[in-house]
Write a protein that binds this ligand. Structure first.
Ligand code: UT7
Length: 321
């Protein structure tokens, strides 16, 4: 028993913001951003919510899969930038698309969120509990980014990607690994509402993303290849057996570093971060959808997905497409 992806969809906000436009907000340049990150632009919400982007991506994924919303029995949304703490985004998406037979809840593992949600669906399906799932990765990070901080505001983008997953008898998801290390959580954090009540007296914390970029960079180039190698060893495969590595899109230099450590041609690592920036949970499903629509995912291909980010969290899985 396994699971396979049978439909993909994605939705980005209308507004595209170039690096050039950011030079009007902070002391930076298109050259610096491209050289250090590979990012040339990103989509930024001018009102589109995590729920709206998610619902739109879900409708496209359902159409691609040839399924109806009522067929779905499990709906997970991976996000770290919901508009509401309660109700969760997944329940709001459920209502919008009419997935009335689904159980719905959110998963927050930052940039590894979509991957961890996929693994959660795998576990439910292997246990025979659910048969048809929708998994979404969606973010509106522009509302938690400090637009005066040139170290972070140039990196992130908004968007949503969704996949429809069903159980299958063989192939599909071949195996996965996932890890967390909460001891390193301080290197990338964002506070929510401060504790404000009549019985406390403390200053407001800045509710913006705060990051030690160098630490995150070093973590990614060390742990991601180690995770992929652990996965491949478990599956008795080598990196040469993998056709495509669909990685979290954080920084092109990170992707190059990972390719080098795995001794693989960087062309096996598709990228879209030049256009969309780092969309955290949404990065992998949006890239998957773009590859799917471009006809680059061929039946029988071995595809490794790998996500990494705040928490710290990281993991990888292999799919036979
Ligand atoms: O999903 C995971 C999310 N996070 C990440 O993926 C982040 C991973 N880290 C990175 O991608 C990189 O560390 C950054 C792109 C964030 C930064 O690149 P870096 O090569 O590590 O730069 P740095 O932080 O070491 O800064 C080098 C210089 C500094 O100036 P000084 O002190 O050398 O004078 C910064 O102040 O670059 C300066 N700088 C900038 N200059 C122009 C930092 N941000 C900018 C900027 N434009 N936007």
């Amino acid at each position: 028993m396994s699971i396979r992806i049978v439909g993909t969809g994605s939705t980005l906000p209308k507004k595209h913001v170039t690096n050039e436009e950011l030079t009007r907000l902070v002391d930076t340049s298109d050259e610096w951003i491209r050289e250090r990150t590979g990012i040339g632009g990103r989509y930024v919400s001018q009102g589109e919510t995590v729920t709206e982007l998610s619902a739109s991506a879900c409708e496209k994924a359902l159409k691609d899969a040839g399924k109806n919303a009522e067929d779905i029995d499990l709906l997970l949304v991976a996000t770290c930038s919901p508009e509401t703490s309660i109700p969760c985004v997944a329940c709001q998406v459920q209502a919008r698309i009419g997935a009335n037979n689904a159980v719905a809840f959110d998963v927050n593992a930052a940039c590894a969120g979509f991957l961890f949600a996929l693994h959660t669906v795998y576990a439910y399906m292997e246990a025979g509990i659910y048969k048809n799932a929708l998994i979404v990765g969606a973010e509106v990070l522009s509302k938690i980014v400090d637009w005066n901080d040139r170290g972070t505001c140039i990196l992130f983008g908004d968007g949503a990607g969704a996949v429809v997953v069903e159980h299958c008898e063989k192939d599909g998801l071949l195996g996965f690994v996932q890890h967390s290390d909460g001891r390193k959580g301080e290197v990338l954090r964002c506070d929510t509402r401060s504790l404000v009540n009549p019985f406390v007296d403390r200053p407001m914390e800045a509710p913006y993303v705060q990051m030690d970029g160098r630490e995150v960079f070093a973590f990614a180039v060390r742990q991601v290849p180690a995770g992929v190698e652990e996965l491949l060893q478990k599956l008795e495969m080598t990196a040469d057996d993998v056709d495509l590595f669909v990685l979290h899109q954080a920084n092109f230099r990170i992707i190059e570093g990972i390719a080098k450590r795995l001794k693989q041609d960087v062309n096996k690592f598709p990228v879209n971060l030049d256009r969309v920036g780092n969309m955290s949970s949404a990065a992998i499903p949006v890239l998957l959808d773009e590859l799917n629509r471009a006809g680059r995912l061929k039946e029988g291909m071995c595809i490794v997905l790998s996500g990494f980010g705040a928490g710290l969290t990281w993991g990888a899985c292999a799919l036979r497409w």
